[in-house]
Every structure is written in C-alpha cells, then in structure tokens.
Ligand binder design. Sequence first.
Ligand code: ZN
Length: 245
Amino acid sequence: MRYLVLSDLHANLEALEATLEAAHAVGFDRALVLGDLVGYGADPNAVVARVRQLDPVAIIRGNHDRVAAGVDDAESFNPVARDAALWTREALEPETLAYLHALTPGPVLVDDLVEICHGSPADEDAYVMDGLDALRALRDATRQVCLCGHTHVPLVVALDGDALIYEDGDERRAIPIVAGRRYLINAGSVGQPRDGDPRAAFAMADTGRREVTLFRVPYPVEKAQARIRAAGLPEGLALRLSAGR
Ligand code: ZN
C-alpha cells in the first residue's frame, strides 16, 4: 500500500492543490490525514471538501479543528491563532462544521506497520521538537512507523535499541524502514511550513517497499496570501507563508 501523508493543511487551498497534483504524479493508493485541516488560511470549506473527495483511509483531528468546530474553546491559542479560529468558526458551512466536529483524536493504527497521530501517540497536543520528545513519543508508539504532525517541521528519527538516530529526510530520498528500528516521522505541513522553506510539504509511505519519502512542492504563495488579506485575517498569517516560518 502506498499512502499519501498529509498534515496541517490549514485551509490553504493553493498549497493543497499543488500537493495533490504532485502526489497524483508520483502515484498513491490511499490518503492519511493527520489533522489541522483548517485554521490560519482563508479556504476552510474548500480544503475540507477536497480532503473528503480523497476519501482518506484514516483521518484524525488537530487542535485547530477542535477549536474551529467548537469542540474546544480558543483559550490555549495565541491572539493571532484565536482570531483565525474564530474567523474560521464563522466561515464554516454547516456540512464542513459537522465533518470537523466528528473527527476523532489520534492515535489511529492504520495497519500492522503504520500509526498516525497529530502531536504524539500519548497526547494529541504535544509538540515533538527534539530527541527527548521523540524518545517519549516512540515509547508510546505501538507500530514500527509513527507518523505525526503539529510542529509544521519535518523530522525523521529512528530508535535502534537505546540509540536515537536522526535520519536524513532530504526530499525525494526514500528512507528505508529497517527491521529492528522504530521510526517517528513528521512529514511537515502542507499549508503553513515553519522550517524556513515555504514550499508545501507532504510524504509518501510505501508499506510494500517499506520506505517513506518526504516531498516539497512549490505553490502560488501570493494567491494564498491574497485570499488571507481579502478575508480580513491577520496580516502575519499572510507574511509567514512566504517566509515559511
Ligand atoms: Zn497545525
């Protein structure tokens, strides 16, 4: 099975469309969606509609989906994220709202090899930023490959016995899933990358070949920025897209 891995789409339709075009060119069987479909960007309804068309084999919620759907309040959000969440809540069509409201938390065990979570397996809101966080997350993972999102920064770490190994996650280089090692892989963010590279990020997980590949794809950032400005969302949300921060 060849899975397309999408996380942190954040209502960025231009980034999602470029991602899907690239993903279809590479080829995949089914999609996995790791949460934060909405929040920050200007097209929550269209992005959710495109995700539903994909008919993901597994999909989980992120913290922004919870707040936009009214499952949670925006208390834990900074002022910009809160403004965007409240704008999103107003903008959601009833069908989109119902879909987001029904999303379940991770982790979801996709098959014998792969599980997905938004933050970490034990805590959907945890940020896995460094080796210690990754160790904790791997301790709680129940599959050899744990795919996560939430930080918007790609990360590939493997645990071999007690040794943590940082894998080279260069784009389009297949990372082999080696027997005896356990992997934590963050594909990065489709709709709001924060690693200094503004291109949309996604991954392919091939369970037959036992390898995971990270991808980056350029998209018309200025169009997404224009949509954000036209919506009256905070200017910072437009600016950060071109900085990739
Ligand atoms: Zn996010």
